[in-house]
Design a protein around this ligand. Structure first.
Ligand SMILES: Nc1nc2c(c(=O)[nH]1)N[C@H]1C(S)=C(S)[C@@H](COP(=O)(O)O)O[C@H]1N2
Ligand SMILES: [Mo]
Length: 322
């Protein structure tokens, strides 16, 4: 018998619940539903928002929660984080979650090429089963000064880099989003530099915080959030977090990302969060929480300086914060 039970973040009071309490409740809920959740994820009742009826990797969720990354902020309700999105392939506004359901995510081929021992082409479902999945709660800060706090499921990008076996000359990784002309109306807006791409240095990609997310709120990633795999770099502005990735290219040249090629004075390569460095058109000192609309102070590196500040030592000439 399958009974749909609410997860911790679906309970309305989670909007005001500190993370530690949320987690305890979640473990409790997990305990009483052990054994039913995997099956439930594969047979979600019809009519449920954004159900991914037959995600081939649904059996991998929920993954083990990693307690090492704690956040002193309430988890953003799932209904907010999955209906207020930025995904220009489906439109240049925030309400693309319905349109994104048209994206085809099975099969999904992931390519790894460039400066690697041997190029790899692999189905996402095979790839994800080789990677160590876990759940982590991170803050997320968009360059437009809104923020959320969400439980990602995914694997450290370092595991993918090790799997790819880059050659010694590789200095950067460029990532590319799918181009599905038949499902992505945004691609018709020819003045945008499709396909969406982004890049990281090897040090950034292999930092312990950097994740390739494949899930959100204990389930496979919703399409609007970048299914089936997207980047998560919580100390950088949201636009670095490229969605629906089809290709990882190892290179010795610094890649120019989608937003950087549109307006390099507004969106740079590094894009590290810094409340003291305003965007040319607005302040970055504060951020608006998606959960309740509160304005709260923004933190340097979005609060993750202990993990990442060392990467940028001695790079003073670079535009690190834009
Ligand atoms: N392919 C692609 N990836 C993308 C974007 C996009 O338009 N296309 N928008 C970026 C921006 S600006 C943000 S803030 C985040 C939003 O992620 P979310 O919708 O999961 O909150 O996705 C990023 N990744
Ligand atoms: Mo963004």
């Amino acid at each position: 018998m399958l009974i749909k039970r609410k997860r911790g973040w679906e309970l309305p009071e989670s909007a005001a619940t500190p993370e530690a309490i949320y987690r305890n409740r979640r473990n409790f809920i997990k305990g009483i539903t052990a054994g039913t959740l995997g099956a439930a994820a594969a047979t979600l009742p019809a009519g449920r928002a954004f159900a991914q009826a037959a995600a081939p990797n649904a059996d991998l969720y929920p993954a083990k929660h990693n307690d090492a990354y704690t956040v002193d902020r309430a988890i953003t309700p799932k209904a907010k984080a999955t209906t207020y999105n930025n995904f220009y392939e489906f439109g240049s506004h925030k309400f693309i979650s319905d349109a994104a359901q048209a994206m085809k995510i099975t099969p999904w081929t992931v390519q790894i090429d460039g400066m690697v021992e041997k190029p790899i082409e692999m189905d996402f479902d095979d790839l994800v089963r080789k990677m160590p999945l876990e759940e982590r709660v991170y803050r997320f800060r968009c360059v437009e000064a809104w923020a959320m706090t969400v439980p990602w499921t995914g694997f450290p990008m370092k595991a993918l880099v090790d799997f790819a076996k880059p050659t010694s000359g590789a200095k950067y990784i460029q990532m590319q989003t799918a181009e599905q002309k038949d499902t992505m109306p945004g691609l018709k807006q020819f003045w945008y530099p499709w396909p969406y791409t982004e890049g990281l240095t090897m040090a950034e990609a292999t930092n312990e915080l950097t994740m390739i997310a494949t899930g959100l709120y204990g389930e496979p990633l919703p399409k609007q959030n970048g299914a089936p795999l997207r980047l998560v770099t919580p100390w950088k502005y949201g636009f670095k977090n490229i969605k629906s990735i089809v290709k990882f290219t190892f290179t010795d040249k610094r890649p120019v990302g989608y937003w950087e090629s549109l307006a390099d004075s507004e969106y740079g390569f590094w894009a590290n969060v810094n409340p003291k460095v305003p965007h040319p058109r607005w302040s970055q000192a504060q951020e608006r929480l998606l959960s309740n609309g509160d304005e709260v102070p923004t933190q340097l590196f979005n609060g993750y300086g202990d993990y990442v500040a060392d990467i940028y030592k001695g790079m003073d000439g670079e535009k690190l914060y834009m």
